[in-house]
Design a protein around this ligand. Structure first.
Ligand code: GLN
Length: 280
């Protein structure tokens, strides 16, 4: 990396940006987030004190973080946190890093969730969806399932640090849920097809949270098939899916007895969530 022990914040950032440039589309932002974390300061410190000369141990931490990033580690895993729907969530390689796309699912869901509703988030991972709903709708009862004990531990720690009430239960998708007990079923399942070239850039994240069979629809098929058992009549399902899967998910929902089926586009203009209501 840099040449001397006297490099300033500004010089370190420039060198890091160049070094990360080939690897990351967000090299400048990555460099800033990692240097601020190594310094134990907010990002604004970097703009306020470009001539500050970090200590050797800060430089060493920063250099390690840059090496990890160059080897494909997402910045969120290095920082150990990621913001989602205004909440700071702890993340580790046991869970998918929450994406802005999934905020669309939360926004759509909370518009239909009232006090007293029972909401379930399937495959909660870090707890992102469940915790955002619990935060937005304190009167709702929120349950979340995950098959991974390591993921549940992350979600539990997040519930504690945010002081939000979510009932976390171990198990596959709807398996832990009682019959006709849920008003609103939410899920961001794995939906990438095996062998999809996008997976190369996602190799640090758990494959079980990303990949789902030859067409990416295995989990969505299982969830839609299970949903009518756990939803109350008229209950709502909201599912995230891949940008080319909306028509397939709408067809699955229709086949399973849902009505008022539709999809919504994400900020990139892709149909990203589909939803419907169980027949009464
Ligand atoms: N939206 C994620 C991505 O493509 C995938 C998340 C998922 O499979 N649920 O990066």
């Amino acid at each position: 990396m840099g040449d001397g022990p006297s490099e300033t914040v500004g010089q370190l950032l420039r060198a890091a940006r160049d070094r990360l440039g080939a690897r990351s589309e967000s090299a400048g932002l990555d460099a800033e987030l990692l240097l601020a974390a190594a310094l134990g300061k907010p990002r604004s410190f970097l703009y306020a004190w470009p001539d500050h000369v970090p200590t050797a141990s800060v430089r060493e931490r920063f250099d390690h973080a840059l090496t990890d990033r160059l080897e494909g580690q997402p910045v969120a895993y290095t920082l150990g946190v990621r913001e989602f729907f205004g909440l700071e969530l702890a993340v580790s390689p046991a869970v998918l890093i929450p994406r802005p796309d999934t905020e669309l699912l939360v926004e759509h869901a909370v518009a239909h969730i009232d006090a007293g509703h029972a909401v379930a988030d399937l495959g909660t991972g870090s707890g992102a969806i469940a915790l955002a709903v619990a935060h937005e709708r304190p009167g709702a009862r929120v349950l979340a399932t995950d098959a991974s004990p390591a993921a549940l531990a992350v979600a539990r720690a997040n519930a504690r640090r945010l002081d939000l009430r979510v009932d976390l239960v171990a198990g596959d998708w709807c398996a832990p849920l009682a019959d006709a007990s849920v008003d609103c079923l939410l899920c961001n399942p794995p939906y990438i097809a095996e062998g999809d070239p996008h997976l190369a850039a996602l190799s640090a994240e758990p494959a079980s949270a990303l990949v789902s069979g030859r067409d990416g629809l295995d989990a969505l098929r299982a969830i839609v098939a299970q949903a009518p058992r756990v939803l109350r009549p008229g209950g709502r399902i909201v599912l995230e899916h891949g940008f080319e899967q909306a028509a397939a998910v709408r067809a699955l929902l229709a086949e399973a007895g849902f009505r008022d089926i539709d999809s919504e586009r994400d900020l990139g203009g892709h149909e990203r969530i589909s939803f419907g209501r169980l027949r009464d």
